[in-house]
Design a protein around this ligand. Structure first.
Ligand code: SF4
Length: 298
């Protein structure tokens, strides 16, 4: 069995930097992270093992210092947290800041803000909580229900597939030919690279394994992208989720991983294939030996 990795896969610089900041800060004093730093249970377990608390609500913060995750947060949310007398440490990815600034500029220039993404995703909430009026669209049906505005300013969640984003922007333009539609592409470069590499990988593979957290948006998007080019795609969180029967008759297995998946998780999956590939090869050799014996009974 041939195992190939996508050219770009796994943890992005934004997540790596956020984890490094959390670990460094925790060396100097107690730290709470507000929300899941990444949507990956293995990483979160590792952070808890270092004594870092992870809480979902400001009221539950039990330390003086609190970290905002790489997904970012609204100014309103940060002010509310500071008002509790806490030190707010920002691990917001610079590319999420770019999305926030792009959106704020569009609003200042009089465009009605439209965000392409998941309404309840922490990153999207970080973008919308400071806005008065806005729309969040994820599919064609959401675009169909938009109200006409003279000017639409469109950005997207950083982890949305860029092709889908462009298609929805085109739909908005077609639906409102009288409106001015300004689009700022805020899909981040690591997401684009992983999506493009996943397409190439899926085209070459009989089976694709996508490694990532159950709630990781970009991992789900990688699964959907791979399914367009390969019918046998499996999403696993760790090597423990892999099943031998998924790979029957597969010559080439492709591996890719979401932006919150650590390298160790990818290596473990690759190692798992070595352990099943060896017995399979041994099986083939044993079968060959039997044939040879059958033809040479002496
Ligand atoms: S997925 Fe993109 S925006 Fe999000 S942390 Fe990684 S690099 Fe930053």
């Amino acid at each position: 069995m041939n195992i190939i990795r996508a050219e770009h896969l796994g943890m992005c610089f934004g997540v790596k930097d956020a984890i490094a900041l959390a670990l460094e800060t925790a060396k100097h004093g107690p730290l709470t992270i507000l929300g899941d730093l990444v949507h990956n249970e293995t990483v979160l377990t590792g952070l808890r093992a270092e004594g870092i608390r992870i809480e979902q609500k400001p009221a539950a913060i039990g330390t003086q210092t609190v970290m905002i995750t790489a997904h970012g947060a609204s100014e309103r949310r940060k002010s509310e947290t500071r008002a509790l007398g806490l030190n707010v440490l920002e691990a917001t990815c610079p590319l999420v800041h770019v999305a926030h600034r792009s959106l704020a500029k569009l609003v200042r220039e009089g465009f009605h803000p439209v965000i392409i993404g998941k309404r309840d995703h922490v990153e999207v909430r970080g973008m919308t909580e400071d806005l008065g009026e806005f729309d969040v669209v994820l599919g064609e049906e959401d675009v169909a229900s938009l109200r006409e505005r003279p000017r639409f300013g469109v950005v997207s969640q950083t982890t949305q597939p860029v092709e889908k984003v462009r298609r929805l922007v085109q739909l908005i333009r077609e639906q409102f030919p009288q409106s001015e539609v300004r689009f700022v592409d805020t899909v981040c470069q690591p997401t684009k690279q992983r999506q493009n590499a996943a397409i190439e990988l899926a085209k070459q593979s009989d089976v694709v394994v996508v490694i990532g957290g159950a709630h990781s948006n970009n991992t789900h998007e990688l699964v959907k992208t791979c399914l367009r080019f390969c019918p046998r795609v499996h999403h696993v969180q760790t090597a423990a989720d892999l099943r031998e029967e998924w790979f029957h008759n597969a010559n080439t297995v492709g591996i890719t991983a979401g932006t919150s998946t650590p390298d160790a998780g990818i290596n473990e999956v690759e190692l798992w294939f070595k352990t099943i590939a060896v017995p399979a090869a041994a099986q083939t050799n044993r079968t060959k030996e039997k044939h040879e014996l059958a033809f040479h009974p002496a």
